[in-house]
Design a protein around this ligand. Structure first.
Ligand code: NCD
Length: 284
């Protein structure tokens, strides 16, 4: 893996990354990225992705150039994405890019001499989120075989579900969509309500309405006590966050609520990704 712009880039080595992330969660290895620098180039807001990459780098002894608000960079003077990448690639060992337009990460990859990590390209993909989502599921169930996975919410515009459903195509899992027709990915069996499938799910992956991508306000999907009562005892509920009002706070204490663990896994997975991409060949 030289770049991570699509989940397809880790089709063959994601288990290595999971094992590395597990080691990271145990506190090893440390300081292996001393002298390395990454740029966090974010054209869209972020809390978890930018901070976890920052922390993942610093915890391994590396450094970060944080460009979290491109209005303070030459982008505000009209500089193209390609020129920004060509420039930054001289200063850093990898670029973490979040952009507004689908396909930008691929564009950046074509011109970059250092690894590009796609941290979300418009309504395209979000592969590092998928790795942490899949790692959370893998940690809980041991493998993916035979799982029933339900995606719920704004599946049309939500990039996290695009990458995650793409990832699971290589596994024997059953995926369903829970959303109105106009919010569908159009890829799996669709249910209008959670009640219809709640009792069968092993994983419920919820998402917010992507208002910034053109989604219009409509009656949102909110988890109700009635639906929760139908859940299996060992199923899990995930959400990439930010949540708006899809998951009420009272559910946070339920043992099936795994979204805070998911956030924590985001750090370990990003430590693993950076380690994998940046560690010198001759380092131990
Ligand atoms: C997601 C994103 O940016 O796509 N957030 C994240 O990275 N955790 C989900 C979202 O914004 O809805």
């Amino acid at each position: 893996m030289n770049h991570l712009t699509s989940i397809d880039d880790v089709r063959d080595n994601h288990i290595d990354l999971f094992n590395l992330a597990y080691k990271m969660s145990l506190g090893q290895p440390r300081r292996s990225l001393i002298g390395k620098v990454i740029a966090n180039l974010f054209y869209e807001p972020s809390t978890r992705t930018s901070s976890s990459f920052y922390s993942a780098m610093v915890k391994q002894g590396g450094n970060v150039i944080p460009i979290n608000n491109v209005s303070y960079s030459s982008v505000s003077k009209g500089e193209s994405l390609e020129d920004t990448i060509l420039t930054m690639a001289n200063y850093v060992d990898a670029i973490v890019l979040r952009s507004r337009t689908k396909g930008d990460a691929h564009k950046a990859r074509w011109v970059s001499k250092v690894p590009i990590i796609n941290a979300g390209d418009g309504n395209g993909e979000h592969p590092t989120q998928t790795l942490l989502d899949a790692y959370t599921i893998w940690s809980h169930f041991g493998d993916f075989f035979g799982l029933n996975i339900g995606f719920m919410g704004d599946l049309k515009y939500g990039r996290t579900v695009h990458s995650l459903s793409r990832f699971f195509r290589q596994y024997n899992v059953n995926m369903v969509e829970i959303c109105p027709n106009y919010r569908s990915m159009g890829k799996h069996t669709r249910y209008e309500t959670l009640k219809e499938v709640a009792k069968d799910l092993d994983v419920l992956y919820m998402t917010r309405l992507q208002l910034e991508r053109g989604a219009e306000m409509d009656p949102n999907y909110k988890l109700t006590k009635e639906e929760v009562e139908l859940f299996k005892p060992n199923m899990i509920v995930l959400h990439p966050f930010p949540r708006v009002d899809e998951i009420p706070k009272w559910f946070d204490k339920d043992s099936r609520a795994k979204y805070f663990e998911q956030i924590q896994n985001g750090l370990y997975i990003r430590m693993a990704i950076l380690n994998y991409l940046l560690k010198n060949e001759n380092d131990s």
